[in-house]
Design a protein around this ligand. Structure first.
Ligand SMILES: NC(=O)C1=CN([C@@H]2O[C@H](COP(=O)(O)OP(=O)(O)OC[C@H]3O[C@@H](n4cnc5c(N)ncnc54)[C@H](OP(=O)(O)O)[C@@H]3O)[C@@H](O)[C@H]2O)C=CC1
Ligand SMILES: O=CC(=O)O
Length: 326
């Protein structure tokens, strides 16, 4: 008998077909309050979970006694309680690397959009306000040859550094808990403390995973250290930044401008103060959202899922290999 898998996110037909070849699939294209009762009913006998963003904690695992694997279609896995998964011998997987270049493109685009005020000036043209020569009030600031500080110089951080170094001639600072000597060699990046990075960088890009340690990593103290001309962008998770402190830093002119792909609450509420600030560029969590990359992520996640259910070690295993279960 094929193992039962719940797919709780819309996937391409080719992915659905691949999973269906190996598994019995229960497909929830869009999970909402109306589907939650049937989702929990199916969970009782599901061996696999496939999707992105679902909070998998003790409470959910309690409802899923047959579960063998949770395959996340994302690299970030802050939605997963790995300790709870490990203690129950349930595997969890993610999709590292296949999205690095696409997310790095997004973050470079976001920095440029903020620095050159692209969305604001696009609106200005389309609103028919371009009726005379531009004045300095419309000017942006250069990104090339400035100093970029990357907080979280991992797989995606390094892809951003590559673009910034070779494409924009930027000087690169970075902060991690540990040194990344390869980026120091390849992109002449300089390791420094979080405080020094905040003080010295013209552009600051946050790319850490959300963990208990990185929650509100950037708050009032860090914004106070930044240059008044600094541009801050967040591509990690909303909760790595104290959003109130960010709003205050922008309102009080502690930093020049900001861009964010992520929010504490997603989708963000239309009355969120960041949405009404002209010097803030907002994106709806689209870091990896190209057709090619989303397909590659789904394919990787589907392979993780099927391998795990076949008793093989999935390539992107986040948990320990479980001991044999009945
Ligand atoms: N906006 C979007 O659409 C996307 C967002 N993301 C987010 O980006 C994150 C990063 O992805 P990826 O680059 O693959 O992850 P990596 O694990 O490769 O890189 C994360 C980096 O963060 C550093 N880091 C971790 N904890 C801390 C800390 N407490 N203080 C300082 N640095 C820290 C790590 O270094 P060290 O361990 O030495 O501290 C590491 O270099 C994901 O977890 C996800 O949340 C990812 C893809 C798309
Ligand atoms: O936010 C996206 C991810 O892959 O993580």
């Amino acid at each position: 008998m094929k193992p039962k898998v719940i797919i709780y996110k819309k996937v391409e037909p080719v992915i659905l077909e691949y999973v269906r070849d190996a598994c019995e699939v229960v497909y929830f294209e869009n999970m909402d309050d109306n589907t939650s009762a049937s989702f929990y009913e199916e969970l009782k006998t599901a061996e696999g979970l496939f999707g992105a963003g679902l909070k998998v904690d003790e409470e959910l695992l309690e409802r899923a006694p047959q579960l063998k694997i949770v395959s996340n279609i994302s690299v970030g896995y802050d939605n997963l309680d790995l300790a709870a998964l490990n203690s129950r011998g349930v595997m969890a997987t993610n999709t590292p690397d296949v999205l690095n270049e696409t997310v790095a493109d997004t973050m470079i685009g976001l920095m440029l959009a903020v620095a050159r005020r692209i969305p604001e000036l696009d609106h200005y043209v389309k609103a028919g306000e371009w009726t005379a020569n531009l004045t300095p009030t419309h000017f942006g600031v250069d990104m090339h040859h400035k100093t970029l500080g990357i907080i979280g110089m991992g797989r995606i951080g390094a892809a951003i550094a590559k673009r910034a170094h070779f494409g924009f001639g930027m000087n690169i600072l970075y902060h991690n808990r540990s040194r990344n000597e390869e980026v120091e060699r390849t992109y002449q990046a300089t390791y420094c403390s979080l405080e020094k990075l905040c003080q010295d960088a013209d552009f600051i890009c946050l790319m850490v995973p959300l963990t208990p340690e990185t929650q509100n990593l950037i708050g009032e103290k860090e914004f106070a250290l930044m240059k008044k001309t600094a541009i801050f962008v967040n591509g990690s998770r909303g909760a790595t930044v104290d959003e109130e402190a960010l709003v205050e830093a922008l309102q009080e002119g502690k930093i020049l401008a900001a861009g964010t792909d992520v929010f504490v609450q997603e989708p963000v509420s239309p009355d969120h103060p960041l949405l009404s600030m002209p010097n803030v560029v907002t994106l709806p969590h689209i870091g990896s959202a190209t057709a090619e990359t989303r397909l590659a992520m789904a394919r990787f996640a589907a392979e993780n899922l099927v391998m795990g259910l076949e008793g093989k070690q999935p390539p992107a295993l986040l948990t320990a290999i479980p001991s044999k279960r009945s």
